[in-house]
Ligand binder design. Structure first.
Ligand SMILES: [Zn+2]
Length: 215
């Protein structure tokens, strides 16, 4: 009875949010794991040469519904260069690196896309990227299951165009996501990764132009 009363008291305090995590509890372990992941993420940012202040680790996992199914997202990047990684405490350091490589590639894609849209239709970026025609990329499709899901989900009347607003036109981002998956594969397997050479070339070209924009 006294044990029961103690338990009831404990639960009441938990419900009121009055119990602070004690040493050795699961909460403590989780926050230690989280701190470790934060440090690893900062180290990875430095390795990638990216501003540590722009990348945050969020303790929330983020689920979203898509085509009637629930998915968990591992990260998100924003056009202003911010990146959020959604922490799963059991995420390995290798997976964290892959996730950051993928999100960072979106940031580079957005930056080159902005520069492309800001120039005239016969500008140097338009000329350099002209060969990556919609029909050509659509015939290749993606480089991973995840990117192919985006090709499958494409709802546009015509194939997606490089640097166009894919989400608005077709409700998915096959090109942007395929290039991010190339970055993930390159990070995971090294620069000699066996991946479609045209996608690899497009990924490399975007990164060259991104580097030029940073000068
Ligand atoms: Zn992505």
């Amino acid at each position: 009875m006294s044990v029961l009363r103690r338990w009831l008291g404990f639960f009441r305090r938990v419900q009121q949010g009055a119990v602070a995590p004690k040493a050795g509890t699961g909460d403590d372990e989780t926050s230690a794991k989280f701190k470790k992941k934060q440090q690893k993420l900062a180290a990875l940012c430095r390795e990638f040469g990216y501003d540590v202040g722009k990348v945050t680790l969020s303790p929330q996992t983020r689920a979203f519904d898509y085509l009637g199914q629930s998915f968990t997202s591992e990260g998100q990047s924003f056009p202003d260069g911010r990146i959020e990684i959604y922490c799963d405490p059991n995420m390995s350091d290798a997976r964290l690196g892959c996730c950051l490589a993928h999100e960072l590639q979106h940031v580079r894609y957005f930056a080159v896309r902005d520069a492309y849209r800001a120039e005239r239709a016969d500008g140097p970026l338009h000329r350099r990227f002209a060969k990556y025609a919609p029909e050509l990329l659509a015939a290749l499709r993606g480089v991973s299951n995840y990117s192919n899901e985006h090709w499958d989900a494409w709802k546009g009347d015509a194939p997606p165009k490089l640097f166009a607003s894919e989400l608005e036109t077709g409700e998915s981002e096959p090109i942007n996501e395929t290039i991010a998956e190339v970055a993930k594969a390159v990070y995971n397997w090294g620069p000699d990764v066996r991946i479609n050479s045209l996608w690899k070339e497009l990924h490399d070209t975007i990164n060259e132009e991104y580097a030029a924009l940073q000068q």
